[in-house]
Design a protein around this ligand. Structure first.
Ligand SMILES: NC(=O)c1ccc[n+]([C@@H]2O[C@H](COP(=O)([O-])OP(=O)(O)OC[C@H]3O[C@@H](n4cnc5c(N)ncnc54)[C@H](OP(=O)(O)O)[C@@H]3O)[C@@H](O)[C@H]2O)c1
Length: 351
């Protein structure tokens, strides 16, 4: 039996770090061998350092592991990173320079010209940008990123429409869960019984990341897709799950049946390669008029499937519909894990 690849988690104590631990428990290819966090946590056991927020128990083996400082000495060659953006900008390149494959959730480097921003269902070809990174040439290390948690659901829902009909314009209005802000995140007095119509930098991230994900590789990096997109982002008192109202104009006119078929038939590389974390189907189409809802529909495909529903004609653009995705699984740790599985399948993580 082949042994598993040892992996590390940077930012292991946070909301996304905990999801990594949960998703990597019993993973067929990867095994957690190292945990890193801030100076606050370094030297403690994981059980002492982390305020565990998940419904499954903290794995016993992990609870006893010591948390290291966020430096590459002694860390394994494959690192899942869930650091806040400011420290990520400093720390992730150090790991890449030390020869690590850094599979990052942070926004810090997503838009860098030589850094792939990848959803395995959408743009596997962008992975090749790795070869343009200085660290890759020097030590073999590199950084690959996954998108923001609100961009990923939108882009997966749009991907079959872009492929079959072409996208002309998109409007998206989000209702985003509190877990998207990390822990402790938004104060309960600010969010209980309330809606906050502002999430710092989120709208710009949704817009620019969506266009990069649908972009074309060229000599300068990725030439963004040229459709117009406008996003409005709201924080709502939901624990997990980002819901989005989406309006789209298509380049080629499509009937409702054709759009529904495009969603239902959407199978790409992760499903064909049977990557361990790939949901199949990647998109679940809801027929009920009042679905999808985060309370009931969030865990489809073990939190990796994107739900769409309420497709109907729009009086302003062509079509409108609702999208739901799990922000800390499909929108964060699960997205990075699927990227790692793709990288392994493509030979970027060694044999
Ligand atoms: N939550 C989501 O739904 C979501 C979705 C997509 C992407 N993301 C992104 O993923 C990243 C992590 O988010 P999160 O929600 O997990 O945040 P979080 O709960 O606040 O956790 C942050 C993690 O970063 C560590 N950290 C903070 N400052 C550090 C430093 N200077 N050096 C080393 N480690 C440091 C913390 O360690 P200590 O515990 O030791 O302080 C903790 O492990 C962010 O970039 C976020 O934007 C989050």
């Amino acid at each position: 039996m082949q042994s598993k690849i040892p992996v590390g988690i940077l930012g292991a104590t946070g909301v996304v770090g905990q999801r990594f631990i949960q998703l990597l428990e019993n993973h067929p290819w990867f095994e957690v061998a190292w945990l890193g966090a801030s100076e606050r946590s370094a030297g403690m056991t994981y059980a002492e350092a982390a305020k565990w927020r998940l419904k499954t128990a903290m794995p016993e083996r992990i609870a006893h592991m010591k948390v290291a400082a966020a430096a590459p000495d002694g860390a394994p060659r494959v690192i899942f990173a869930a650091l806040d953006a400011a420290p990520a900008r400093e720390i992730e390149p150090r790991f890449a320079q030390a020869g690590c494959a850094v599979i990052s959730n942070s926004s810090a480097m997503r838009m860098d010209a030589d850094v792939p921003l990848v959803i395995p269902e959408v743009n596997t070809d962008h992975v090749r940008l790795i070869e343009r990174q200085g660290s890759r040439k020097a030590t073999g290390g590199f950084v690959v990123t996954n998108p923001n948690c609100s961009a990923i659901g939108l882009v997966i829902a749009l991907a079959p429409l872009q492929k079959k009909f072409g996208i002309d314009k998109v409007l998206a209005v989000t209702m985003q869960a509190v877990s998207g802000a990390g822990y402790p995140g938004v104060a309960s007095l600010d969010i209980l019984g309330n809606v906050i119509p502002y999430i710092a930098n989120e709208e710009a991230k949704m817009e620019e990341e969506t266009r990069k994900l649908f972009g074309t590789l060229d000599a300068g990096g990725v030439r963004p897709a040229d459709f117009a997109i406008s996003a409005q982002c709201n924080r709502v008192p939901v624990e997990d799950g980002h819901t989005e109202s989406v309006y789209v104009a298509l380049q080629k006119k499509a009937a409702a049946d054709e759009i529904l078929a495009a969603w239902r038939e959407f199978r790409t590389e992760p499903q064909e390669l049977k990557l361990p974390s790939a949901p199949d189907p990647a998109i679940v189409v809801d027929a009920a008029p009042d679905r999808p809802q985060p309370r009931f529909d969030l865990d489809r495909g073990a939190g990796m499937a994107v739900s769409v529903g309420r497709l109907r004609p729009c009086n302003v653009l062509d079509w409108r519909f609702t999208v739901l995705s799990h922000n800390t699984i499909r929108g964060a740790a699960g997205a990075a894990l699927l990227n790692a599985e793709l990288l392994k399948a493509q030979g970027y993580l060694g044999d």
